[in-house]
Write a protein of this length. Structure first.
Length: 163
């Protein structure tokens, strides 16, 4: 499988609760990061992150809201990391550098929290548009990259790495 897209991944109730808790919550804590693809990039290459699960344990009170997502993942055996991402609006689309999440074989899932003109680009120039409640399943040990958005205040997603 190169990738799989599942639209309307979560029920409306679970998705709207998650979206309200993260995207439309002015108290959700975002942490400034200048290394989107693992290396320092140009001035437009920055984003907000919120580490929810890493190194075998929950790191955020928002972890419990994500259990329904993790429980629905196909072939799920073990969680590696969950991270929320916020890419601020830019005047023109900025594509971040290509990267892999980890250097060992594992699965990746991106849940898009809002619809915008931003996207995820996979190998072979496959472009996945950011559409709210869309889940992208892919091999995140292979090269991919994110982008900013121009038509919304920001692009929001949740990145899950798992075995």
């Amino acid at each position: 499988m190169t990738h799989q897209i599942i639209d309307n991944y979560l029920s409306d109730k679970i998705f709207k609760d998650l979206q309200t808790s993260i995207v439309w919550n002015h108290t959700f804590p975002w942490y400034f990061c200048t290394m989107v693809s693992g290396v320092e990039e140009e001035i437009d290459a920055y984003y907000g992150t919120h580490m929810i699960y890493d190194k075998g344990k929950p790191l955020s009170n928002f972890y419990n809201k994500l259990v329904p997502i993790v429980n629905l993942l196909p072939n799920f055996r073990a969680l590696i990391r969950i991270k929320a991402n916020f890419y601020p609006r830019t005047e023109s689309i900025y594509e971040h550098g290509s990267h892999t999440d980890y250097d060992f074989k594992h699965n990746g899932a991106i849940l898009y929290l809002n619809t915008c003109d931003g996207f995820t680009r996979l190998e072979n120039n496959i472009k996945i548009n950011s559409i709210e409640n869309r889940l992208l399943l892919f091999d995140s040990s292979r090269k991919h990259n994110s982008s900013t958005t121009t038509n919304k205040r920001g692009r929001f997603n949740i990145n899950i790495n798992y075995l």
